[in-house]
Ligand binder design. Structure first.
Ligand code: NAD
Length: 699
């Protein structure tokens, strides 16, 4: 049953029971309506308490249902809310753990609310490009005041119940329980206290206004505009809350409804909802069942205290997991520790960390020069030079010293994880953990599944990713894994754009206007242009037919490796990160164009965006068909968290789906017929061709 019914003396207790978060899907709504009808018909019940089974009251609507008929199937959430509000017996919500979105809207329709301290209260709809659509924008301002309610609706962030309960004049919570354990007893006693009180208090009957009226809402809109150019939801949230200050509650509800429906139909909301579902799906691995027993990870060892090793270590220290750091020389250890300290001190300067927390974290760190000292670690992550011989030697040592069952991980970005695994007698314990730089900041973790990686190793590292607040996506073994294999094609195409007539700044501007956190040339300057140079050198041997723009090599030959050398695709002033267009690079591009006999042409922003995004999409279609990625949504998550792809576009695959794969394939054909195009580049991946021909989508 999705809602349980029990009689406690003269109080009916309805318990929402839809694990894990008591989401308000069709069956839960129907069960709640059934239980409510039973309570109303039950002559011994004088009052009704609604609570949630398990750790939370209610996490809200079931978002997987959103685009299906089930979302509208009666009883829908509006019907349930109306029924609660119209109940002739007092209804009291007993709230614990979490109350979010539709769950909060449901609670607001009850006559009374009691919550445990520490309950997380949120209206997170804006994060899905929506607004609370079941009366939330009308009722929350009536219990918290317009400003607090609007801030909650606009941020989508959770606020603890005790903070809200302390607001002067609030009527969200009539009481806070003494503890989580006493909530139910206190709720039942509260229900008895108010069982006979009439009239029943209704949130909708409370007044709602702001002293500055229109001026306040205009101010709120002006504040939001610069940061919400591509997001219609926040401004509509303001519109809906303003409607709550009108004379008629019903009219306000109708405004909320129409704004909600408008937002539901926007590509931005579809994109954000897709990412929400994709992020949760990414944790599931078909042949690794959810109940798989995990290996304990209570301590971690890291080999190499360079850029990556020190950043990776911070993730574990932040999560309270002890770390041992191994290097070849004491000086390298000192450098690594100094980097970590500097990063932590920067956080202290920004007020994001206390000196005590820094001390606690550093106290969890040990260093060593001897492999034997690592033997008892549960997980070891190698982050030494990107060189197969060096890695082979490290894994040989690890195989010799590590206790049986320890997980042996490599942070390699390009090397074959199966070859690394073969350097040990325990390939089943070897996995790739590809962190992104800066490793203490970037949220993405590519988990590289070797041919022999054991299912429990995969399950363990996926769970561990969550502990260290990373979003993990599984990739099969291939050159570059999911993210970098795609970015290579993106950067190749960016080079061709230069050959044909663009400047680096034009390309970057177009991609940044599209929503990328950084255009391809600014990104390369940040990562280091020498990385791509090394890859091109390797390709020249492995795949001599592969064409690249000669400008990328020319820029590297000038020593312009990017920000670290003070010059790359752009010029940089010492100590600054502002990218200044470079005359030297412009001249190098001209030389290449003349040598290639190209007369530069003007290329519009749309062509730039489509060529670069479709370069990603076509490679991704290969990756998907080869089974390197398990799902198109996984690829979108990689690009969201690893490459700054705009969330409101939903990731490259979702974006292509939104345009229609037939249009994508057609545009690729057009690009291939361009006089200076490399036709091989635009050869559509078989999966893309098939889906385009049959009118299907990736996701
Ligand atoms: P780095 O040069 O900054 O650090 C490597 C460290 O490993 C150095 O401190 C070095 O002293 C140490 N080291 C080398 N051989 C060793 C050995 N045998 N035993 C112990 N320590 C040894 O390099 P990095 O940028 O941190 O890269 C490390 C790994 O991470 C590489 O595999 C790289 O491909 C991968 N990676 C790098 C990035 C990035 O953006 N830098 C991103 C993802 C993955």
């Amino acid at each position: 049953m999705h809602a349980d019914y029990q009689l406690h003396g003269d109080v009916a207790l309805i318990t929402l029971n839809n694990p894990p978060v008591n989401g308000l899907g069709y069956e839960t709504r129907a069960a709640l309506m059934g239980a409510l009808a039973k309570a109303l018909a039950d002559t011994s019940a004088k009052a009704i308490v609604i609570t949630g089974a398990g750790k939370v009251f209610c996490g809200g609507a079931d978002i997987r249902e959103f685009d299906t008929p089930a979302a509208f199937q009666e009883p829908n959430l509006h019907t349930v809310i109306t029924a609660l509000e119209q109940s002739v017996k007092p209804v009291l919500a007993a709230i614990h753990g979490t109350v979010m979105g539709g769950g909060l809207e449901l609670a607001l329709a009850c006559h009374y609310r009691i919550a445990t301290p520490g309950t997380q209260v949120a209206m997170p709809e804006v994060k899905l490009g929506l607004l609370p659509g079941a009366g939330g924008t009308q009722r929350l301002p009536r219990v918290l005041g317009v400003e607090v309610a609007l801030n909650m609706i606009l941020s989508g962030e959770a606020v603890p119940s005790e903070r809200l309960a302390a607001l002067p004049g609030q009527s969200l919570f009539q009481r806070l329980s003494a503890s989580a354990d006493s909530l139910l007893d206190e709720a039942l006693a509260f229900a008895r206290d108010v069982a006979a009180a009439r009239p029943l208090p209704l949130v909708r009957a409370r007044p709602c206004s702001h002293p500055q009226g229109e001026a306040y809402f205009q101010f709120a809109r002006n504040m939001l505009r610069p940061s919400t150019q591509n997001l219609p939801a926040p401004l509509h949230c303001v519109d809906a809350v303003q409607a709550a200050t009108g004379p008629d509650f019903g009219a306000g509800l109708a405004t909320e409804r129409s704004l909600f429906e408008r937002l539901m139909a926007t590509p931005q909301s579809r994109a954000l909802r897709h990412l929400f579902v994709a992020e949760r799906a990414a944790t599931k691995i078909a042949d690794v069942p959810p109940g798989t027993a995990l290996r304990p990870v209570a301590s971690v060892a890291i080999i190499g205290a360079g850029t990556m090793g020190s950043g990776i270590a911070m993730n574990f220290l932040n999560a309270g997991i002890p770390v041992q750091l191994l290097e070849r020389q004491p000086e390298a250890l000192e450098r690594g520790i100094a980097t970590m300290r500097r990063n932590y001190e920067a956080q202290i300067a920004k007020g994001k960390l206390t000196p005590e927390a820094l001390a606690q974290r550093m106290a969890l760190l040990r260093t060593t020069l001897r492999y034997e000292d690592l033997a008892q670690a549960d997980l070891v992550i190698e982050a030494v030079f990107e060189d197969m011989d060096v890695k082979a030697a490290v894994f040989g040592e690890l195989d010799r010293v590590m206790k049986p069952g320890a997980i042996l991980a490599s942070n390699t970005s390009t090397l074959d994880v199966n070859r690394i695994a073969a350097c040990t007698q325990r390939p089943q314990d070897v996995v790739g953990l590809h962190f992104f730089s800066p490793a203490n900041v970037m949220q993405l973790l590519e988990v590289v599944r070797g041919g022999k990686t054991a299912p429990d190793v995969l399950a363990t590292v996926m769970a561990l990713a969550k502990r260290i607040r990373k979003t993990a996506v599984v990739s099969g073994v291939c050159d570059g894994f999911i993210g970098n294999r795609m970015v290579e094609q993106y950067l190749r195409q960016a080079g061709f754009l230069l050959d044909e007539g663009c400047s680096p700044q034009q390309v970057d501007k177009a991609m940044e206007a599209f929503g990328m956190a950084m255009g391809p040339f600014r990104m390369s300057d940040l990562a280091g242009n020498d990385i791509g140079w090394a890859i091109r050198e390797r390709r020249a041997i492995e795949n001599p037919g592969m064409r690249y723009s000669p400008t990328a090599d020319a820029v590297c030959e000038m020593g312009r490796f990017g920000q670290k050398t003070g010059a790359g695709w752009y010029d940089y002033q010492p100590g600054k990160r502002d990218a200044i267009p470079s005359a030297e690079v412009a001249a190098a591009i001209d030389v290449v164009r003349s040598a290639m006999g190209i007369t530069p042409r003007k290329i519009g922003a749309q062509e730039i965006v489509q060529r670069l995004v479709f370069a990603l999409v076509n490679e991704a279609a290969h990756i998907l068909e080869e089974g390197i990625a398990m799902r198109a949504g996984d690829i979108d998550i990689v690009y969201l968290y690893g490459y700054g792809f705009p969330a409101f576009r939903g990731g490259p695959m979702r974006y292509a789906d939104e345009l229609g794969l037939f249009s994508v394939a057609q545009a690729m054909q057009r690009f291939a017929s361009n006089p200076h195009a490399d036709p091989a580049f635009w050869q559509p991946a078989p999966l893309l061709s098939r889906l385009a021909a049959s009118g299907k989508t990736f996701n």
